[in-house]
Design a binder for this molecule. Sequence first.
Ligand code: HGA
Length: 608
Amino acid sequence: MCGIVGIIGQRDAAPLLLDALKRLEYRGYDSAGLATVDAQGAMSRRRSAGKLRNLERRVETEPLVGGTGIGHTRWATHGAPNEANAHPHVAAPVAVVHNGIIENFRALRDRLAKSGATLTSETDSETIAHLMAQRLAAGEDVKTALLGTIGALEGAYALAFAFEGQPQLLAAARSGSPLAIGFGDDGVMIGSDAIALAPFCDKIIYLDDGDVAILTPTRVDIFDQSGTPVERPAVAVPVQISLAEKGNYRHFMAKEIHEQPEVIARTIGHYLDIGAATMRSDAVPIDFADYRRVSLTACGTAYYSGLVARHWFEHLARLPVDLDVASEFRYRAQNFPRDELSMFVSQSGETADTLASLRACRAAGQTIATIVNVPTSTMARETDIMLPTLAGPEIGVASTKAFTCQLATLAAVAIKAGLDRGTLDEASAREKIEALIEAPRLVADALHVEPQIERIAKIVAPARSALFIGRGPAYGIALEGALKLKELSYIHAEGYAAGELKHGPIALVDDSVPVVVVAPYDDLFAKTVSNMEEVAARGARIILITDARGADAAGEAAEETLVMPDAPSFIHPLVMTVPLQLLAYHAAITNGTDVDQPRNLAKSVTVE
Ligand code: HGA
């Protein structure tokens, strides 16, 4: 959340900064701003509320000169998303852009106000510019001032600074929120992630937590918290990152939904020897026989992958799973015994709560395994065992292909756990592996229901409220379906365990509430159908998502039935996810909402 860029180059910085910000807009898009410093040292700033294109227009009419500059695209945490709160914040001679939350900002604001500073925004971030400016005014050099400033901050930050009067200088710091420095033909750059820097840089350095950096055109000096110089390795920018384009699709989300057969296949190929239908022995370097239970922690969509995976681990490996959302788990983590296995799931590998949970488990002496889509991310670097999802860059804010790749990875890991623990014999493991190998083909088949879903989306789109129900592995999928619909179309949607409906939410049901029933033909099918009948009896408009056998056995209650390809029950969650993604997508199109950048949301949630 919040995208940060900076550059010291030969050409005008503004177009490059805007270009890099476009690649970061998925991290926040409620306002944006730039500050540049020209060759004489004069600083200018442009900021705009709303999307980045507003800033672009502003810069077209009021151009910015200067080869050095910083930029920001914001997802507001403190203060409304208006121009005054947009970054960069300036306290002469300092301009700063910030990603994160300064938790002690009230105390800092009070202190600054008492010392005569005039704060012009409601943000926590502006305090950083003033703290830095006061230290420089007191005669400190930039490095000392920066170390002193961050010493006063509590919370999380990635920071980039530019300085009036210093056209060849930028500074940066990170704690909690990610930050990278890149080197390219256009100069030296700062960026929140490799995606921002990919077109400009071949090599990047990731700052570690606590690092500060001083950048000039010819050198980058990095120091740890104590001011001691440190070296951080330069890594090549992953090539696939530069491929983050929409292609012929109208939205990134549509492209990402349709990419699923390919990226699931790629992910499965990492864990399974497809030809031999066996596990790749080195892909999951965990011996699950060593553990009596595991914890599984994630946020949002990734948490729902955990909900499905808990079912797999408990059924295939008889391994109890303590599943929690990371924002709760991080405050429980200290209660877990040493020598246990903690697993984390995150698309970006930067999710603040999940990262904090990971660190709490590490401090508690646990072994850490992380399922992550960005192999260069902080979580990927801090984990003991990295279990990659190979979904490629996911730009649409609502997660689609990352989710199904998380499911594919967790399915493979659960099979491994069953083998390790002797709860899954070779023949049963082979059956599961063969099922998983079928997933890309069946997901591709599932995409063929799109024309029918476009029509059904017109039933759902006008609704004020919708319910999604499922049981067993389909419960997590129902929750994910409800989350997708609310994220994209702003329709209130509740996901519920089908058996829970009668304990409350059934009170919501009338003929204005579509109820989406996720019921593949499995052991729990008949139970879910009973729950479907209960809502049908109360007038609900039912959309049943099932397969051919389910459609035959379901009776007449559903107004619409979406028939998914027949699939082995193990991979039902992967197949059943597709129509829910398409339903949310087409409901959003019908309602005219912004599919790739839904209101109030941002990707890569780097604040608590
Ligand atoms: N707290 C700052 C930055 C917000 C942020 O990093 N969001 O992800 C603000 O509200 O401007």
